[in-house]
Design a protein around this ligand. Structure first.
Ligand code: NAG
Ligand code: NAG
Ligand code: NAG
Length: 203
C-alpha cells in the first residue's frame, strides 16, 4: 500500500513536470492523453469515443480500423469483425451490416464480397440464400445466369428434363412434368432438386 502511494506520488510529480511542456510537443502530454481503452478511439484531445459500427478499435492512440470486405460489425465499441454468413455478401469496407444475395443469386460460402448468379437450369426466387434450385421436369430457365423464376414449358414444346438449361423441347421425356416449380415459403426447393454448397455450380 505504501509502495503504491509512493508510486502514485511519483506519477503525479512526473505529470506536473510534463504539464509544463508545450501542448504540441511530440511524446509529451499529447501522447499520454491519446491512450484509450480497447473498443474505443481518441475522438479529440479530451475524450475517447466508442468504436463506430463497421470498425474495430484496438485502443491506445490507434484510429478506428474499418472491417474488411466479407466482414461486418453492427455494434459500436468492438474489437473484432464478424464473418458475413452464407446467403449474404459485404462488398464495402467498414460495413455495419451484410447484404442478402438478391433473388436470382446465391452464396454458399461465408466471408464473401459477392454472390454467384443462379446459372442456366438453376434458379433462386428468394433473397439471402446459400443455394440454388434446379428446374423441375417440364420447366426450364430462359437465361444463362441470374435466373429468378423458371418458366413452364408449353405450346409446341411442352417438355424439358429436370434441371434444364437448354430450354423447352417437343420430344417427350421420361419424367412427368411437374404442375409447379415454386420454392416453398421457407425457401426449400421444390421436390428433390436443390443444390447446396457442395453441389453448386459456380455461376
Ligand atoms: C470530444 O469528443 C466527445 C466524444 O465524441 C464529445 O462528446 C465532445 O463534445 C468532444 N469535445 C470537443 C471539444 O470537441
Ligand atoms: C418447408 O416447407 C415445405 C413445404 O411447406 C415443407 O415440406 C418442409 O418440410 C419445410 N422445411 C423446413 C425446413 O421447414
Ligand atoms: C423424389 O425422389 C423420390 C425417390 O427418388 C421419388 O420417389 C419421388 O417421386 C420424388 N419426388 C418428386 C416430387 O419428384
Amino acid at each position: 500500500m505504501l509502495f503504491a502511494s509512493t508510486l502514485l506520488s511519483a506519477a503525479l510529480l512526473m505529470l506536473a513536470s510534463v504539464t509544463a511542456l508545450p501542448q504540441h510537443e511530440e511524446g509529451g502530454l499529447m501522447g499520454r492523453q491519446s491512450s484509450c481503452p480497447s473498443g474505443s478511439f481518441r475522438a479529440n484531445t479530451t475524450a475517447c469515443a466508442p468504436c463506430p459500427a463497421g470498425n474495430t478499435c484496438s485502443g491506445g492512440r490507434n484510429r478506428p480500423d474499418p472491417c474488411d470486405t466479407g466482414l461486418y460489425q453492427p455494434n459500436t465499441g468492438s474489437t473484432s469483425c464478424l464473418r458475413t454468413p452464407p446467403g449474404f455478401f459485404t462488398n464495402r469496407r467498414g460495413s455495419a451490416m451484410p447484404t442478402p444475395c438478391p433473388a436470382g443469386s446465391y452464396q454458399p460460402y461465408s466471408r464473401q464480397a459477392f454472390c454467384y448468379g443462379a446459372p442456366r437450369g438453376r434458379f433462386q426466387q428468394q433473397t439471402g440464400k446459400s443455394f440454388v434450385c434446379a428446374t423441375c421436369c417440364g420447366w426450364a430457365t430462359t437465361m444463362n445466369n441470374n435466373n429468378v423464376n423458371p418458366v413452364k414449358c408449353g405450346g409446341a414444346a411442352p417438355f424439358a428434363w429436370p434441371n434444364s438449361g437448354d430450354g423447352c423441347i417437343s420430344r417427350p421425356t421420361s419424367c412427368t412434368p411437374a404442375a409447379t416449380c415454386a420454392q416453398a415459403a421457407n425457401g426449400t426447393c421444390h421436390s428433390n432438386f436443390s443444390f447446396t454448397a457442395g453441389q453448386t455450380i459456380r455461376g
